[in-house]
Design a protein around this ligand. Structure first.
Ligand SMILES: *Cc1c(COP(=O)(O)O)cnc(C)c1O
Length: 426
């Protein structure tokens, strides 16, 4: 039953030679996952940042069941359906002002690929030779070839470097050093060959949960706009309440030219992504000339079942006090971080909305490399799913997590830190 050495499955981001066998999940509910091997565990990372309201949310599950009985899948070129039409109107209504067109795809990576193609296609159709992309240091935009290029380079993509196009790297806007970021964007944009600046608004996720202020995002957007550079907001992780507002851009009063959403779009239940664009970007592709068509499609573009799930998600947002729930979770996270703050075994304690992160300080650099997987095993033994990024431990739970469960997550972090210290002989 359970996956062992005989399983043919090749798991993502998994070194099968050293990873323990994967746990088998039989079912899920709210913030809980049931494993065949270890009983129930708390999903403190929302199953890789996708689950927002909780697992198997009744309304989302019901919408999926209902849609599955009516229309499963249909080609989306030359055809349309009510779930996609309704959802597009909802997204335009909920997203920052100025976005008027919705292009569907099926993952965060494809939503970013679509955004980049829209930006380059826009200028190509206008006869403007802008092809360069600006991206932040430590950025993450996906694992496909086109999204790895603007992402940070390193061990994760060394092997594929020959396939990755050149981008202009902008320094991360570290606190009190933001001017360097603004200057770099200004200098790059002056050359007028820049099509787009792509950013993860307010927090860089996979790059280490690195947070910057809303006013910094606003200033980056202002500089880009000044030079006619399109701003792509990759809200794949930040969207749907993660940072305290529905979209992170809202906190900076920024309306990007293109916005990518995926992960929490269906409440995390099934894959769906959307790339929202300003009218001008649609308009530059709108022509009697067929060569100006936006040449992109996924087989499952706007899958009706996925659209129905997303529509159920937007209804939850409209009819339930989701923002209040998020504010309460944010407050609880803050209380835990404040309690930890006084014992200084952790550094860079940080938080935005529902996301909390802290670094465990270990002096032995060699040991550092293996600390993540060791901690992960410790957490699992305590019934908690956490997946540290190196020595950064972060807590990003579904919004429905109970206070008791969150207390348990933090006590496992504190005992994990002790374990690390003991093993490192400090
Ligand atoms: C997860 C993520 C992606 C990629 O999304 P997938 O659905 O895994 O392809 C892109 N951008 C950001 C900011 C992400 O966090």
């Amino acid at each position: 039953m359970s996956s062992t050495g005989t399983s043919p499955v090749w798991h993502p981001f998994t070194q099968h030679a050293i990873a323990p066998p994967p746990l088998t999940i039989t079912h899920a509910d709210g913030a809980h996952l049931w494993t065949l091997e270890e009983g129930v565990i708390i999903d403190a990372i929302s199953s890789w940042w996708v689950i927002t309201h909780g697992h198997c949310h009744p309304q989302i599950m019901a919408a999926i069941k209902e849609q599955a009985g009516t229309l499963d899948q249909v080609i989306f070129a030359g055809f349309t359906h009510e779930p996609a039409e309704q959802l597009a109107r909802e997204l335009i209504d909920l997203a920052p002002a100025g976005l008027t067109r919705v292009f569907y795809s099926d993952s965060g990576s494809t939503s970013v690929e679509v955004a980049l193609k829209m930006a380059l296609g826009h200028f190509h159709n206008l006869g403007d030779k802008r092809t360069r992309v600006l991206a932040l240091e430590h950025a993450y935009h996906g694992d496909t070839i086109g999204t790895m290029a603007p992402g940070a380079r390193g061990v994760f993509n060394d092997a594929y470097a020959p396939l990755l196009y050149d981008v202009t790297r902008i320094p991360f806007p570290a606190a009190n050093n933001e001017q360097a970021t603004f200057d770099a964007i200004d200098e790059a944009c002056r050359k007028r060959d820049v099509a787009a600046l792509i950013v993860e608004p307010l927090i860089l996720g996979a790059g280490g949960m690195l947070i910057y202020a809303p006013r910094v995002l606003a200033e980056m957007a202002r500089i880009a706009r000044h030079y006619g550079t399109l701003l792509i907001a990759d809200e794949v992780m930040t969207g749907w309440g993660r940072t305290g507002t529905l979209f992170a851009c809202e906190q900076a009063a920024v309306s990007p030219d293109i916005l990518c959403t995926a992960k929490g779009l269906t409440g995390g239940a099934i894959p769906l992504a959307a790339t929202l664009a300003r009218e001008g970007i649609f308009a530059s592709h709108y022509s009697q000339d067929r060569t100006k068509t936006f040449f992109h499609s996924s087989s499952f573009t706007a899958n009706p079942v996925a659209c129905a799930a997303a529509l159920a998600n937007t209804k939850i947002w409209r009819h339930e006090p989701v923002l209040e729930r998020i504010a309460k979770l944010a407050e609880k996270q803050q209380r835990h971080l404040n309690a930890i703050g006084v014992d200084n075994r952790f550094s860079n304690i940080r938080q935005i909305g529902t996301i909390a992160a802290l670094d465990i300080t270990v002096t032995d650099g060699g040991y550092m490399a293996s600390i993540g997987p060791r901690l992960q095993r410790h957490f699992l033994a305590h019934g908690v799913l956490l997946r540290p990024l190196g020595n950064t431990v972060y807590v990003m739970p579904p919004y429905c997590i109970s206070s008791d469960d969150l207390d348990h997550v933090y006590s496992s972090i504190l005992s994990g830190e002790q374990l690390v210290r003991m093993e490192a002989g400090q």
